[in-house]
Design a protein around this ligand. Sequence first.
Ligand SMILES: [Zn+2]
Length: 557
Amino acid sequence: MLPLAAWSQGEPDYPQNYFRNPLDIPISLAGGFAECRPNHFHTGIDIKTNQQENMPVYAAAEGYVSRITISHAGYGNAIYITHPNGYTTLYGHLNDFYPELQQYLKQKQYEQESWSCDLSLPANRFAVKKGQLVAYSGTTGGSTGPHLHFEIRSNTSGHVLNGMLFGLPITDTRAPEARSIAVYNADESIYEQQPALIPLLKKGSGYTTKTGAYKSSSPHLYIGIQAQDYINNSTNWLGVYRMKLYLDETLQAATELREIDFAQNRYVNAYADFKTKEEKGTWYQGLYRLPGNKLDVYTDLNTQNGMLDISDGKEHQVRIELEDAHRNKAQVNFTVSYAGKTTVKTCTNTWMPGKSNALQTRNTSFVTDEQALYDRICFRYTESPSKQYYSDVLQLHDAKIPLQSSTDLGLKINQALPFDLRNKLVFIHHIKAASLPGNNPQDGAAARYDKGWAWAPVRTFGNYCVGVDTVPPVLQPLQKGPDLSKAKNIRFKVTDKMTSVKQFRAELDGRWLCFVRAGNTYTYTFDEHCTPGNHKLVITASDENDNQTVYSLIFRR
Ligand SMILES: [Zn+2]
């Protein structure tokens, strides 16, 4: 462990060794801070739990439980502990909390008649000591396997901080590894070109381009890099803490992933190249800043937002320095020169970042705000008449181009729509699942009717058309009644074809009963709320368009 004095200038003075390992097994990481994911940076570190659930989780330091959240998405079951030194730690994807807290939660769930909840707890109602058992690990919420998601946040800014900078016991002597670089023509929008993707080769202590010196047909370049970090004894790759871009020994751009403001989290789609991720499956992190990107991770940028000027035709040396949070470093060196002429593309309908852009036709309305775009696009759309749907099929630009803000999309209804279907409209949207937030990609979203048009906010380009949804969710019991005297629980699978399950309510003999949701499965585990004897359980489930299913189960416990 480095003493504070050994940190170089500019390092944050976060407390070292104040937080302990929240597990009692050595820390091995499945995911790191600020890794790029569609629509968000990963905001914590993912600590492996030996592929098991129910591993004890301990308070990383003294404090009190200030918040608990329960959801089938995101953090799943999560505890927030506020510490007296100005930080809050978060533990996510948990199964159960410690008994007193679990009891408190259950009481609140029955009071509010809601399994999912977000409870703020008064200071010191649940005080904890450093190392006190607070929960059992799991894989609840938006998790693909058992692990503990751990965050450290600042109480003053609310920002999440890089957990690797607090001296947790992590052995890390491995340097980041560079795989490939992307070279863009900076005179063109990054969305209107295919960058040159150049594989890198390990050479001596650093990396260089496999194909030697790079001859560019553009005098102005942006550089992106595919790079990953590793810690000892783990094959999982993590994000790179710091990157610096030099041209002929002069610093041009530098990034540092020290903290993330949740309000800026979606700018990951601009920080890294979303379009190339969609096309090639790989994130290239940009050593440039796009005009519509307000992310605050750039510690240095030249006056051209990281653009490299090689217009003089001479050979130039490019160097990229990579550094992880434990000061392990790697370097990429290569040569570039301008050797050609750019062909200038023309566009008759350019949409610009930083301003409102509009598509308004007889059948479509789409007027963005000033934040919607990160870089300019040559806007394209088609409207195809369809007998199958209530509107034209709109091809709205290209789903591979990211949007920062959502925009109200209006589609004109141009087929006879019975009055009683006006509140059953949906936007049908066919798109690759990777671009959608959450775990359950949907075919559609509810749309509202207004004067012959269907409206809904959308946050993705792609194709849209209007359908109707009159089909309620399908409810499938996962046990056979009526004798449940040997069963531990009652379970249902509930799915909705067009939209999502908006509401699920269970009543046992007329009183609300708490079902836990995991994905599409809803489970009630027998407890004091269901005594031995005969019972009637009634489930109602509805979708975004209020299509409702009612299901009754008479059983004996
Ligand atoms: Zn995580």
